[in-house]
Write a protein that binds this ligand. Sequence first.
Ligand code: NBP
Length: 493
Amino acid sequence: MDFFRFASADIGLIGLAVMGQNLILNMNDNGYTVACFNRTVSKVDHFLENEAKGTKVVGAHSIQEFCAMLKRPRKIVLLVKAGPAVDALIAEIIPYLEKGDIIIDGGNSHFPDSDRRMAELEAKGFLFVGSGVSGGEEGARYGPSLMPGGSKDAWPEIKEIFQAIAAKSDGEPCCDWVGTGGAGHYVKMIHNGIEYGDMQLIAEAYAFMEHGLGMNYDEMSQTLAEWNKGVLDSFLIEITRDVLAFKDTDGKPIVPKILDCAGQKGTGKWTAISALDFGQPVTLIGEAVFARCLSALKNEREKASLKLGGPKPNFEGDRKQFLQDLEQALYASKIVSYTQGYMLLREASKAFNYDLNFASIALMWRGGCIIRSVFLKDITNAYRKNKELDSLLLDDFFAKAITKAQPGWRRVVSQGALWGIAQPATSAALSFFDGYRTAKGSASLIQGLRDYFGAHTFKVMPGQENDVFKDKEDIHVNWTGRGGSVSASTYIA
Ligand code: NBP
């Protein structure tokens, strides 16, 4: 059959699950003709007869037919389960491609896979884009945050469609070119890691309100509604307000009926692993991942609750003041979390030559995605003022904001310790902050201990050189009089 005469679709999409279907309808609304295909072919017809009825969407019943429907260069979006399915699908598509055609993986792929896929496809004369897509079902339908990276030559070909369907913030599309290779998926991974952190911080505030202040669910929801009018104004605070207020069919709040074991799909873990690989102190996201792991140990926690006692909160102070402190604690911890996320982006940008534009990343996250918030505008401003900014905490706006939030933040963390309320992310954020602002820290002792037991050597503080130490970079001391002068080789972890 002469398929070529059907080559009328601007773009094609494979994967008719929730994300794929909604993204197709979004592209259709924006005036593009979209061809679709799905492994279970019956879903193509079902989609055309139902959700896509009355649209310009066209369906294919084989990969060959699908590829023939696309204008050149072909632009093929994959929205299938991340992992081997993506490689299998690419292998199936390749025989029907021509040089210069573009494969766009919009799933939550791990960034090293995207690095590899770009290299493999470019070697065959094709282009590859790994694009973060955020915003869930609603975002895909009405405007997601899109984070495309990969083969740079693909960007002029897809820019118009991507920026048309993306969310807008102050009129600017929440989509821009991120960088080469797996940059798009790396940035999406950090987005998801930050999302883990944001949710953990909110969950800790919930624990304070429920167990510390003894508030009911409507009161908690109203507090979140108030917070959503201030510095915390964001999608996650907004939906927390609604989730807390949601009632089951018996009229009782639904949240306390939900099993307290948090699931995870891996992007938070990947972020924490990348932080460890780069030696970056991304403590808050790490704590958020571990908090989900601890939540999953339900049986063990139930046993421990019977055996391990602790204080019982009984609040007698000024509740309004405490809630203001809690809002400040959340805000300050959030500043730390984004600071840490950006530290990781900075290292990845250098190590992988991604050449990331930090202001534009904050802009991409400002609309459409799960971590969207007013706060991200301040981050865009900080990096627009100084694109070489070492740390968000060194930007005047954030330095001032966190200084102002400090007293309330400290009161909350101290109170949490006295009440026995777990607050791994809020307290880790405060410890990071205190460590970061300390010019002379406690690691001198660690270095002394390491040299004592393993002859790992140490360097001397500027100005503290003496006759023995002078001219030596790495010093080993014979601490006990029994050890020799041989030292271990130096290395940086
Ligand atoms: P799923 O992640 O549930 O994937 C289902 C789709 O993958 C179906 O179309 C299925 O085809 C197809 N598929 C599978 Br499973 N194995 C395949 C294979 N070997 N070859 C071809 N197709 C295969 O769908 P989703 O929730 O829409 O997510 C799509 C992607 O977007 C995922 O990578 C996800 O992580 C990412 N994402 C999801 C969200 C969200 O909120 N859901 C948000 C952002 C990103 P079938 O119909 O034949 O089974």
